[in-house]
Structure formats: structure tokens, C-alpha cells
Design a protein around this ligand. Sequence first.
Ligand SMILES: Nc1nc2c(ncn2[C@@H]2O[C@H](COP(=O)(O)OP(=O)(O)O)[C@@H](O)[C@H]2O)c(=O)[nH]1
Ligand SMILES: [Mg+2]
Length: 406
Amino acid sequence: MGGSSSSEQVEETETPSFFTQEELNKLKSDFETGGLEKVKPLIQKKITDLDKTELNIAVTGESGTGKSTFINAMRGLRNTDPGAAKSGTIETTKEPIGYSHPTLPNVRYWDLPGIGSPEFQAARYLTEMKFKRFDFFIIISTFRFKENDLNLAKEIKRLGKKFYFVRSKIDVDLDSMRKEKKVVNEEEELEKIRIDCVTRLAAKGIPDPTVFLISSFEPDHFDFIRLNEGLEGDLNNVKKRIFVLALPNLSVEVVQKKNKILKKHIWMFATLSGGLGAVPFPGFSLACDIGILIGAIVYFRKCLDLDDASLQRLANRAGKPVEKLKATIKAPLLGEMTPDAIMRLGWGAAAVTVSALEFALDFVPVLGSIFGAGSSFLMTYKILSAALKDLTDIAGRVMKVAFETD
Ligand SMILES: Nc1nc2c(ncn2[C@@H]2O[C@H](COP(=O)(O)OP(=O)(O)O)[C@@H](O)[C@H]2O)c(=O)[nH]1
Ligand SMILES: [Mg+2]
């Protein structure tokens, strides 16, 4: 998946794709010779593969540095929420413990046993952890990175994996300074800590290290978002997709990123919507596969954190009653997604127009003339476009309500 020079070529076009150049070529020729019916199998396979994509993120460091709390924050959870990794406990296991993302279970954060003991051996540790299964490592430390952190980083690099240094509990540092000095220039102090970390790491043989200063209690502050952007930037298109969709909505930018990624799914779902599964859509003369349509909308809702459980987690993080968040959402969106709900939400309205340009952008590289494709395709495309736009706007509004100060 990705990585080859041909797929890089795809990444440079307007539509970064989950397909390799080879797959795109095949789609194009299949469409030219056999129309939509012929491209279905490849699209179906792609959707299945995307669904199966796993992301395994290892979180390591000494005991007490905030690994569990960080894992919870990445999953949009507070330490006290149901399903959260237990914080403040002495680690007794020697095995990594995997914590799945609450709505996208193929994204797993692994809490690795602490690396604090004096007889720590990086090579043996990584073998015991079965390092190959991890996409990358996050090495967390408080105050200064220690010998063990450095040895571990070097060994991870030698084994051909990526690592990221995270300096946690930065809120504690700033609090102590405020008690000492009264007036604290936050930017300056953070820069001092950053330079100190980087210099030490460089002196110990890690050239040009990047250190992210974070507080897991304030994931919308300090370097938390920058860290996520860094991780995202290093992943290929297929893994990036799942990583971004699994991010907690920490900012409107995250919501927008999710929107861009989900948008790329619309034509795929639309392609699958005709044929055998198609039945007349209530209130329309046109047929389309309602199962696919509803499945897609439910998926969009979940990825944008608008399902019941995600809303509850957001309410917990924001310290607001979930009812307050729900009050900003149209009622049919909160319940079961049915053809009737889709109608009531107005997504089926004929007024739903997708501009030819917007439409073309999604297809130009592959399926130039798909615009004239079957009515089921077009209808699914339009309804899903309207739904995604609406859900994205709502997700943004919910964020504002959650984090605005009363
Ligand atoms: N102030 C502050 N406390 C933190 C942060 N991260 C973790 N803690 C606290 O540090 C303690 C140890 O955290 P934990 O996540 O259990 O560390 P682990 O042993 O590495 O898993 C707990 O009491 C957490 O509440 C942080 O970013 N800021
Ligand atoms: Mg822990």
C-alpha cells in the first residue's frame, strides 16, 4: 500500500487516493469497457480493505510518565471514563495491553510495560514486545529523557521503525514556574524546555530530534495537535485515513480533515449503489441501494463523533451535559437512520445540487464520463454529499457549544 513511486505520483494530484496508480488504471479501463458494473468488484474490494486497515501505535516510557493518560486522551477519553486505561496504577504485566479506539476498533493504542529498570535492554525488550506489529512508537517522558529512552529510540530506528519523543505533563512544569515566578512567559518557557530536551538528545547521538511538549489533560493546547499532525504526515494515504478518522475532534481543523477524507468515499459508495440491491427510494421515483446509503451515513456520523457514545465522551471532556450538545442537533440525526429520517433531514431534496466542478474533481483522474452514469449512482452521490456537508457543519457547531465558555 503506497510507498511505490507510482503511488507518489497519485498523491500529487488534486485527489490523493486510496488507490495505487495501477488500480486507478484498471478502474479507468474497466469503466471504459464495461461501465459501472465492471468497476464494482474493485471498489467493493477497496472498501473492504480500507475497513480492515489496522493501525497499531505503541506507547512506551517509564512507569508514571503518563502513558495510560495519553492513550485515553488520544481515544477521546478521560481517565475516569468507562473503557479508559487505568491511570496511576503500578504496572504489573510484562505484556503490552491494546486499547481500541471506541468507534474504530482497528485503531489500537498499546500500553507497553515500563522501561525503567537499570538492567533494561532495548533489543530484548523490543523483541519481547513483538515490535514488528507496531506502525510507530511514542516514547513518553517527564522532565528529562533518560538513558533507557535513548537506547530504546536508537534500537527502534535500527529496526527500521519510527519513534516520536513526547515530553508529558508540561502543564505541571508551567504551574510550578507560576508558583515560583508569578509572571511566566509561556512561549519562552516552553521553548527553553524544548531546546533543553533537543540538546540533550542530540548530544547522546539522536540527530535532529523533534520533541513534542504535551499535557494529556489539555489535548487542545501545547504540542498535542502538532504531534497528531506529525504522526499523520508520516503515514501513507491508507493508514492516514484511519488515523485521522480516529482522532478526537479537538479542533474545527480536525473536523475539516475528516470531511475531506470521507468525501473521497462518496463516489465509491455511489458506484456500489445500483444493480441488484437497488429498490425505489421512498418519496422518489429513483431506485438506489438503501442499505449502502444508510450504512454510509451512519459511518459518516460515527467518524464525525456525532453518534450517541461519541457525544457522551465529548460532553464528558467538555464538562457539559450531553443534552446541551444534543440541543444543537436536528432530532432525526440522533435516532436510527431510516429513509424517513433522510427525507426529514432534507438530504433527499431535489435542491441538492452538486456542482459539475466539485463533482469532476473527484473523478477526473479515473472516471471522466461517470457523470452520465445511472440514476442510482447520481442519487446516492447527491444524498451522501448533502449528508456529509450537513454532518460536518453540525460537528463543528457541536464543538463550539462544547468548548465555548459559559
Ligand atoms: N498534570 C498532568 N498529570 C498527568 C498527565 N499525564 C498523566 N498525569 C498523571 O500522572 C500520573 C501517572 O499517569 P499514568 O497515565 O498512569 O502513567 P503511566 O504509568 O505511564 O501509565 C497519574 O496520576 C495521571 O493523572 C499530564 O499530562 N498532566
Ligand atoms: Mg499506565
